[in-house]
Design a protein around this ligand. Sequence first.
Ligand code: ZN
Length: 120
Amino acid sequence: MARKYCRPIATAHRYLAPLSRRCWSCDGPLWMAYHATRTVATLDGLCQFRLAVRRCVNRACALYHQPYRPEEEGSVALPKGEFGLDVIAAIAPCATPSTAACQRSTARCAREGWTSPSAR
Ligand SMILES: [Zn+2]
């Protein structure tokens, strides 16, 4: 279902850059291509990420003009996801209720006042 109103303005901002400046295929330089922005909802609030994307400029390379995005982006959220992995982990259903992660998740849900759709 589409959102009926705009998202609030992000309260936190972070800048992420790729770790390497050399192409791992041809060892040539990776040039700065563009910046992408991405807003992710985390448990601490909305965070806007500014991502530096690089590209190999060697025409003979197999990775010529392929975007090279920051590695850390994958630890923040799923591709094209608007919720962070911490939110997904907090609300994920428990496979085995006796695990420590599930008990922490249940305690947090009770503390924050969250209920599952089946409990309503
Ligand atoms: Zn290359």
